[in-house]
Design a protein around this ligand. Structure first.
Ligand code: VG1
Ligand code: CO
Length: 561
């Protein structure tokens, strides 16, 4: 029997503009009649002729509204001429796993249902992101097109009678409008786990955890009730033989247990607390969709994400994948601490500074110029896929510990002894009023083109800095020439220290101001100092230059990392 498709009349919704990583709004917004359908139609329409006969991957982090959205997407793919949808069982696929599947099966792209680290549940957030055929987030050119279509949309196509059970793996065949249409429900973790076993030396990591040569490393992995739970279970318990008490919160929940599924010192406080007790030598947490990670050592020794990626780049000889591919180039997002730049210089490879958001790394990887990259926001990854990858980062760290036979803290001390230390902190002011924050950014932008600022001396207490450069960051993609403007105001000092201001592009309401402060120290006596103490003078200078407290009305940030 051929199922019929219908064209439904609709009207544009304001603000369907993908941000740093897809469209993120309150669940209630997505639940409005036609809202989700409109945006899905915009994605499919933006594919143009390529949609006909295509294969798309669909899955998400298991948050509230995800299954409903999967169902809608399948019905709309069927009606828009897609040939096949590969969907994660129960709609579950981590963001890195979507990227892995898109690449492995050479599909035309995928739709990721997640608001990442934003809270979930009926009163929290949902998100939809489109990934292209390289497995990575759609670049600005595509998301701009999606937004344009969203402003003019008058109808969408759907096949309402298509009933598809996504609770069991297997293939289901349909005839839609006299055309064949296939839905393949895929195991949520299988392809990803197979790939990790190719990239890393699992027996070596298993030996480390079980103590085949030396005392066993006790690990504590916290999935924060996000999508990584099933991956953690399969990899750490079944493949690596870690003890059952070494993994926690591994059941994905639609509301992440009511918490922010964000692996940082504030929102992963229970991991920090457990690590402080001293029983475990290695701790890690992931965000809702599994692309972020936080790494902690014994007694909760904190590895900043900016250092983490630099350490991995410096230790690629510990990872079989890089022994095969070599290291082509390194990269970080602009606000990320510059530790990785020093590794690149020493290794004699290119280093790129791109705007915030993983989509900017994809072209460089596709062109064979980038192997390892990271963001200060707990994102670390490589060209094995086109998304940042939380579990990959943890396996990379465990590989280093296994080969070097040392501790997390010692790895960092060695790293700083070689390169010096880039102290880094980020202050987040979440959910502020938008208008004054926009005003603050406008004033900073005006300052960035005021030539009298260069050479100015800024001081706090007896710390003095001289401004070497101020700008609103712009990036021209070296591969396709695409230009991204106004990506954040940065104030660079003559000694390499700097601070940066930008507004978040992932929030669902109001404005979130991010202030990033970095200072480079080469004196070994400073290496073990507390980062907040070292950075205090520059933090005060940044606050006063931006008049942040006046504009936001906030005395303190919501989160400090
Ligand atoms: C934040 C981070 C950015 C990251 C993005 C998506 O964006 O700062 O580095 O790429 O989230 O991360 P913003 O615009 O709020 O600063 V996630 O884990 O959504 O996938
Ligand atoms: Co995420």
């Amino acid at each position: 029997m051929s199922l019929a498709c219908y064209t439904k009349a609709t009207r544009p919704f304001q603000g369907q503009k993908p941000g740093t990583s897809g469209l993120r709004k309150a669940v209630k917004v997505f639940q409005q009649e036609h809202y989700t359908e409109n945006f899905v139609q915009c994605i499919l329409s933006a594919m143009g002729g390529a949609v006909t006969g295509s294969t798309l991957v669909v899955g998400g982090d298991g948050r509230y509204f995800g299954k409903k959205a999967c169902d809608t997407i399948i019905k709309m793919c069927a009606a828009n001429g897609v040939r096949k949808v590969m969907v994660g069982q129960d709609g579950i696929l981590s963001t890195p796993c979507v990227s892995c599947i898109i690449r492995k099966y050479k599909t035309n792209g995928g739709i990721v249902l997640t608001a990442s680290h934003n809270p979930g549940g009926p009163n929290a957030d949902f998100g939809i992101k489109f990934n292209i055929s390289n497995g990575g987030p759609a670049p600005d050119g595509v998301t701009n097109k999606i937004f344009e279509i969203s402003q003019e949309i008058v109808e969408y196509r759907i096949c309402p009678e298509l009933k598809c059970d996504i609770s069991k793996p297997g293939t289901q065949e349909f005839v839609v409008d006299h055309r064949p249409f296939t839905v393949e429900v895929v195991d949520s973790v299988k392809d990803y786990v197979e790939y990790m076993k190719e990239i890393f030396d699992f027996p070596a990591i298993k030996g480390l955890l079980q103590g085949t040569s030396g005392p066993p490393l006790k690990v504590l992995i916290n999935a924060m009730h996000g999508v990584t739970g099933p991956y953690v279970k399969r990899i750490f318990l079944e493949e690596l033989g870690a003890s059952p008490d070494s993994v926690v919160n591994i059941v994905p929940l639609e509301d992440f247990g009511g918490h922010h599924p964000d692996p940082n010192l504030t929102y992963a406080a229970d991991l920090v607390k457990a690590m402080k007790e001293g029983e475990y030598g290695f701790g890690a947490a992931f965000d809702g969709d599994g692309d972020r990670n936080m790494i902690l050592g014994h007694k909760a020794f904190f590895v900043t994400p900016s250092d983490s990626v630099a350490v991995i780049a410096n230790n690629t000889d510990c990872i079989p994948y890089f022994k095969k591919t070599g290291v082509k180039g390194l990269a970080r997002s602009m606000p990320t601490g510059c530790a990785i730049d020093r590794v690149a210089t020493k290794k004699g490879v290119e280093v790129f500074e791109v705007p915030t958001g993983w989509k900017y790394f994809g072209n460089l990887m596709d062109a064979g110029r980038l192997s390892i990259c990271g963001e200060e926001s707990f994102g670390t990854g490589s060209d094995h896929i086109r998304e940042k990858d939380g579990i990959w980062a943890v396996l990379a760290w465990l590989s280093i510990l296994a080969v070097r036979n040392t501790t997390v803290e010692q790895v960092l001390l060695d790293h700083w002894a070689t390169y010096g230390r880039n102290f880094f902190t980020r202050y987040d002011y979440e959910n502020c009023e938008s208008a004054p924050c926009n005003q603050m950014m406008a004033e900073l932008d005006a300052m960035s083109s005021d030539s009298s600022v260069v050479g100015k001396e800024l001081s706090h207490g007896d710390k003095r800095y001289t401004v070497a450069k101020i700008d609103n960051f712009e990036y021209t993609d070296p591969i396709d020439g695409a230009l991204a403007k106004k990506q954040g105001v940065r104030v660079l000092m003559t000694d390499g220290s700097r601070f940066v201001f930008r507004l978040s592009g992932t929030g669902s309401s109001g404005a979130t101001v991010r202030m990033y402060v970095e200072s480079y120290e080469s004196d070994p006596a400073t290496f073990t100092k507390d980062a907040q103490d070292v950075l205090k003078p520059l933090v005060e200078i940044a606050l006063s230059v931006s008049k942040l407290k006046q504009f936001t009305g906030r005395d303190k940030p919501t989160v400090i990392t």
